[in-house]
Write a protein that binds this ligand. Structure first.
Ligand SMILES: C[S@@+](CC[C@H](N)C(=O)[O-])C[C@H]1O[C@@H](n2cnc3c(N)ncnc32)[C@H](O)[C@@H]1O
Length: 271
């Protein structure tokens, strides 16, 4: 992964276009990124140096939310916008509580799929390529239907992915389609880049992502809360990433200034 221009190996894999999954991997200190990803990520870090720690705070929220739901008896998880593997994947956290869980990982990025498949058993933990903007296709996918029993409660995870869906692409309708398929007692776990955190950086950050694989659409608190329509938010409601049920066992960043964590998050229950 040196400085030379790399040739795309196949459709869907282009090392020369900044890729949002690989940029996120770079923020998290992973190894799966190319010069174009690093360059774009560094531009974001110049604007918002908090992005690195914010990515970690997002992963920590994921861990706390999945652990809580597994402890509450949720045994099946549909994680859309999975990202490249990093510590504390959904199935690892869920299995640490339940012994075994059923997990579907969905991502638009074929490289994410390759990595996800390599760590899964393919029986009750499966990776499926899909686009959150086409939720019915995800719900109808034969592997999703095989692994997830939609008559039973399921946790649908949309972590740091809905901000890649533009208003013109109807994010609320997307979530409504998912919600309609979910049995009562199911949960929506969502985190989202919040424009209220660093309003001064929204324009510059959006410009950088315009040249990447997915344009970014940070939303304000009201816009993010609206995504929980039809779900009852669990305590403590829609909060900054480190504020969702902080746990003594975890490293919690930004506790002195949660607003700097760049993201709002929450867990909603379908009653
Ligand atoms: C910032 S990463 C978040 C990873 C993980 N969910 C987390 O929060 O740690 C965003 C992921 O969403 C994926 N993504 C972007 N647009 C998507 C879409 N329309 N449908 C499905 N996945 C998408 C990207 O490929 C990337 O892996």
């Amino acid at each position: 992964m040196g400085g030379r221009r790399l040739e795309p190996e196949s459709a869907g894999f282009d090392p020369n276009t900044p890729n949002v999954a690989r940029m996120y991997d770079y923020y998290l200190g992973g190894k799966d990124h190319f010069p174009a990803d690093r360059e774009a990520a560094e531009k974001i870090l110049a604007l918002v140096p908090e992005a690195r720690v914010a990515a970690r705070a997002n992963r920590a929220f994921l861990g706390r939310a999945v652990r809580h739901l597994a402890q509450s008896g949720i045994r099946q998880f549909l994680d859309i916008g999975t990202g490249l593997p990093s510590q504390g994947a959904v199935h690892e956290v869920a299995d640490s509580v339940l012994g075994t869980s059923r997990v579907i990982y969905v991502d638009i990025d074929p490289v994410v799929m390759v990595h996800a498949r390599a760590m899964l058993d393919g029986r009750d933990k499966v990776a499926v390529q899909g686009d959150v903007r086409k939720p019915q296709q995800i719900l109808d996918h034969p592997e999703v239907r095989r692994v997830i029993d939609f008559r039973e409660p399921v946790a649908v995870l949309l972590l740091a992915v809905m901000h890649f869906v533009q208003d013109s692409e109807n994010p609320r309708e997307i979530i409504a389609t998912l919600r309609e398929a979910m049995a009562p007692g199911s949960y929506l776990v969502l985190s989202h880049a919040a424009s209220d955190s660093r309003p001064d950086a929204v324009e510059g950050g959006t410009e950088v992502y315009k040249k990447s694989t997915s344009q970014v659409a940070p939303r304000d608190r009201a816009g993010i809360e609206a995504l929980f329509e039809g779900f009852e938010l669990l305590e403590p409601g829609l909060v900054w990433l480190p504020q969702w049920r902080p746990d003594d066992g975890d490293t919690i960043d930004f506790l002195d200034d949660p607003t700097a964590s760049l993201g709002l998050c929450g867990v909603g229950r379908k009653n």
